[in-house]
Design a protein around this ligand. Structure first.
Ligand code: ZN
Length: 393
């Protein structure tokens, strides 16, 4: 029986954004730290590498960034191409280097717990994923629009990110992406053959150097990154490090399937953590389902009664792996399951190969009066994701 509560999406925000900064550039603490210090709602992730001795040279600056609430992640010792490395080399690059970063920053007073990884050049593979997975609960790759939906569990070992570059992306495009993540705008005129925007999402952004150097196409001007942060704040997105949002979303997929045992006047709810390398604390915002339990239900965790937030939600500690619900009343046993109606597609639309809409059709077949050729048919239904198929006639 599923637990009678649900996780509040994106910690109570309409969407989320994680800004990530790769390659351990000195400019990230010289130029970016002052901006971050002035914006208490913005916390980001830095993926460090030992390439060109950058970890040692810049450890003090990154320790300061860690101590002001930003995340430190692992981006390999040498920043070499991972698919060219042997298993032993992968261990050194990925597993050992995570410990090296923690030790290097500890020397400057930062207590860093690495849970996030990012592949150099986004070069990944099944073998590489296995090594990453042993020491990290999330890996960021790159590509696509960098957007993730709340109820779709991503590949935690290959999360996509939207890449900034001076040559390929404009600041306006990045601002638009932040609007899309916050579900601001009109999206019902989107080309039906592209992914539809139906809700707020988690946008992951990939940045490198933060300076006015135009010689490096991956650099972003400090003024421009400031504009992106300000738009994210204005859009009321949850602006949190990659590992923070990933842990929150991973917890969502676990806790709603927690096991429940009847106890005196309530239930004991228990769950397992999904990965041994999680942040030490994962505060999770949940809403009690009062259609299933009494509205007088109270929650206890680690021996303490929890106080609800002003909106009635509770912030629980996911890493405690259990909670007690009291005064629930009796949860009605689930009725014998009515046979699940099989959802089926009800609307079929015919397109030519260029995406031009031709009209309605019946199932995945092209109506008789159309000429021979290749067509695209898009099927839609209320409860199912839309699908498209190429159909020959
Ligand atoms: Zn890199």
């Amino acid at each position: 029986m599923a637990a009678p509560f649900r996780t509040v999406p994106w910690n109570g925000h309409v969407g989320a954004v994680s800004f990530t900064f790769d390659d351990a550039y000195e400019t990230q603490f010289l130029n970016l730290k002052p901006l971050l210090d002035a914006m208490p709602d913005v916390h980001v992730t830095f993926f460090l590498t030992g390439f060109q001795d950058r970890l040692t040279k810049n450890a003090e600056g990154f320790a300061a960034l860690a101590n002001s609430g930003n995340e430190i992640g692992n981006h390999t010792l040498s920043h070499w191409r991972l698919p060219e490395e042997t298993d032993d080399e992968l261990e050194v690059e990925i597993t050992d280097f995570a410990d090296t970063i923690e030790a290097a920053l500890a020397k400057y007073g930062a207590d860093v717990n690495i849970v996030s990884f990012a592949t150099p050049g986004c070069e990944n593979g099944e073998n590489i994923k296995k090594v990453i997975q042993k020491r990290h609960m999330i890996n960021r790759d790159c590509g696509f629009d960098g957007r993730n939906k709340w109820d779709v569990e991503p590949d935690w070992m290959s999360l996509k990110a939207k890449i900034w570059s001076r040559t390929d992306v404009t600041v306006n495009e990045m601002l638009n992406a932040l609007d899309t993540a916050a579900f601001i705008g009109t999206f019902n005129n989107t080309n039906p053959l592209e992914p539809q925007i139906t809700e707020g999402t988690w946008l992951v952004v990939l940045q490198h150097d933060v300076s006015e150097r135009t010689i490096d196409y991956l650099s972003i001007n400090p003024d421009d990154i400031k504009r992106l942060f300000e738009r994210a704040v204005k859009n009321k997105l949850w602006i949190a490090p990659l590992g923070t949002v990933a842990a929150y979303q991973r917890a969502h997929f676990i806790i709603e399937n927690a096991t429940m045992d009847k106890i005196d006047n309530g239930y004991s709810v228990k769950w397992k953590i999904p990965h041994e390398r999680m942040p030490k604390s994962v505060p999770l915002r949940i809403q009690i389902d009062t259609t299933r339990v009494s509205s007088k239900t109270t929650l206890e965790q680690d021996g303490k009664k929890l106080t609800p937030e002003s909106d009635g939600s509770y912030i629980i500690e996911f890493m405690s792996q259990s909670l007690i619900m009291r005064n629930t009343g009796n949860i009605p046993l689930p009725k014998a399951k009515p046979k699940k109606a099989i959802a089926s597609y009800s609307k079929f639309t015919l397109y030519d190969l260029r995406g031009k809409k031709l009209g309605a059709t019946n199932g995945f077949s092209v109506p008789k009066d159309y000429p021979k050729g290749i067509y695209i048919i898009r099927a839609e239904a209320e409860k199912l994701p839309a699908i498209t198929k190429k159909v020959a006639k």
